[in-house]
Design a protein around this ligand. Structure first.
Ligand SMILES: Nc1ncnc2c1ncn2[C@@H]1O[C@H](COP(=O)(O)OP(=O)(O)OP(=O)(O)O)[C@@H](O)[C@H]1O
Ligand SMILES: [Mg+2]
Length: 210
């Protein structure tokens, strides 16, 4: 399965979610996972490499860094691979033909977003393009960085619009200070509490389908 974590909006939590989902699927669910880092900064790959140097034992999964110009070759090659779940951390911006190739060659997209006007507008454009290019692609929206004082009115409007394109996760991710201290080797108690319900939901409904 080729799982894309995508949104053209920067800073919505794509890389954070990619790392923690890889940790969860490999360490807790014991699945064979390969991460593909397509981001220009390759922060996931570099963190994984650094942690492999300073930590004992084999890493629970491999991270491959890949140039965007290579997705047209790589993603079709791993289609229907029964052995691995491929998790793709992607950059934003849609004005690149290789991003469109990427959208056309994945099996499911998790779209992290926040209830905030600019983020919503940007997310909407992203999913319109994704659905145009890959009409049957399942989209799962993940509300991230939720603060207790979220405006109910904006939430309702955003949810209604986004539901035309996919499902909004019934489990949301809260804004927690602990999120900037993530590791490619595991999760803190707070990180687990924040993400685990969503991960279980995603796996049960989108990955382990009978
Ligand atoms: N739930 C959360 N609570 C608190 N901070 C968060 C949460 N999710 C993400 N962050 C923080 O937000 C910042 C941006 O997150 P991240 O790098 O994962 O976003 P991104 O979508 O990958 O950004 P880019 O588009 O630049 O690649 C990071 O500092 C991260 O620690
Ligand atoms: Mg990122």
């Amino acid at each position: 399965m080729r799982i894309l974590i995508g949104n053209q909006k920067g800073g919505v939590g794509k890389s954070t979610l990619s790392i923690l989902l890889c940790n969860y699927m490999s360490i807790i669910e014991k699945r064979n996972v390969v991460a593909i880092d397509l981001d220009f900064q390759q922060s996931f790959f570099h963190q994984w490499e650094t942690e492999n140097q300073i930590m004992d034992g084999d890493p629970p999964y491999k991270v491959i860094k890949c140039e965007l110009s290579d997705v047209g070759r790589l993603l079709p090659e791993i289609k229907d691979d029964p052995e691995y779940d491929y998790l793709i951390d992607s950059p934003g911006n849609l004005d690149n033909p290789d991003i469109l190739k990427m959208l056309a060659n994945v099996d499911v997209i998790i779209v992290p977003f926040a209830y905030e006007k600019k983020t919503f507008e940007s997310t909407l454009v992203y999913v319109q393009v994704a659905k145009h290019i890959n009409p049957n692609i399942p989209l799962l929206f993940l509300p991230n960085r939720i603060k207790k004082a979220a405006k109910a009115e904006l939430k309702e409007k955003v949810d209604t619009e986004l539901r035309q394109f996919g499902e909004i996760s019934p489990y949301t991710i809260y804004d927690r200070v602990d999120m900037d201290r993530i590791s490619t080797r595991g999760m803190s108690k707070i990180q687990k509490e924040n993400f685990e319900d969503f991960f279980k939901f995603f796996l049960l409904n989108y990955i382990i389908t009978i």
